[in-house]
Write a protein that binds this ligand. Sequence first.
Ligand SMILES: C[S@@+](CC[C@H](N)C(=O)[O-])C[C@H]1O[C@@H](n2cnc3c(N)ncnc32)[C@H](O)[C@@H]1O
Length: 227
Amino acid sequence: MDHEPKKQIHPEFQRYIDQQPYSIILDGLKFTIDKDVFPPDMGKCSQNLARIAQAYPAQTVLDMGCGSGYLALSLKRSGVPEVWASDIHAPAVDCARKNVERNESVGPVHVVQSDLFENIPVTVKFDLVVFNQPFGPGQGDTVCGCGPDGGYRIVRRFLRQAADRMNPDGVVIMAFSDREPAENSPDQVAAEIGYPVRTLLHEYYGEANNYIFEIRPRQREESGRNS
Ligand SMILES: C[S@@+](CC[C@H](N)C(=O)[O-])C[C@H]1O[C@@H](n2cnc3c(N)ncnc32)[C@H](O)[C@@H]1O
């Protein structure tokens, strides 16, 4: 028997989930957000990530944990020649595929169901990977694909895999909110492994500090080599 108290879903998140499925225009792109798919219009995180990611002159980009496909489509529309989108969660993969079809003039985007990099061809090397990861571990059933391995576990597993999947100057961009304990933050996990990190954004909103980090997995420093 599991006696741990279940983590409450944030009331704002619950309001978005209760509306699903719903259709929206986001940055001029058309989306339907299906049931049990992460709402990219909730808060500012996904849109901040899209804006910051577009500033990188990347040729090949991956939207890891793509949910509705919002980041992938916004990067494709900004002119990135090759865009991949992947998610472990079947409803998200389905939803992203349909949203790519809805924005026919923007695509193509390669949409793949995958646990992190597992089903992404090793021959494809990325200049930029954007991952709006689950910020902390959930409890009980997964919600919009976010489950008990969120936070530290998924960030560490992802960052370790990313080093072999990127071009030498490749960059990872990840967000975090200090609603979750600092041990889950990508900057701390990256520093533990020895990857250089830069803070690209720090804003206080939604009663929390919100961050976007740039991490360079191919430029691992000696200090982290044994981690
Ligand atoms: C916070 S949502 C972000 C969705 C979307 N990128 C956005 O910004 O709107 C995190 C996404 O990561 C996906 N995810 C969780 N674990 C994953 C894994 N091991 N591999 C790939 N995707 C995963 C979830 O299914 C979910 O869609």
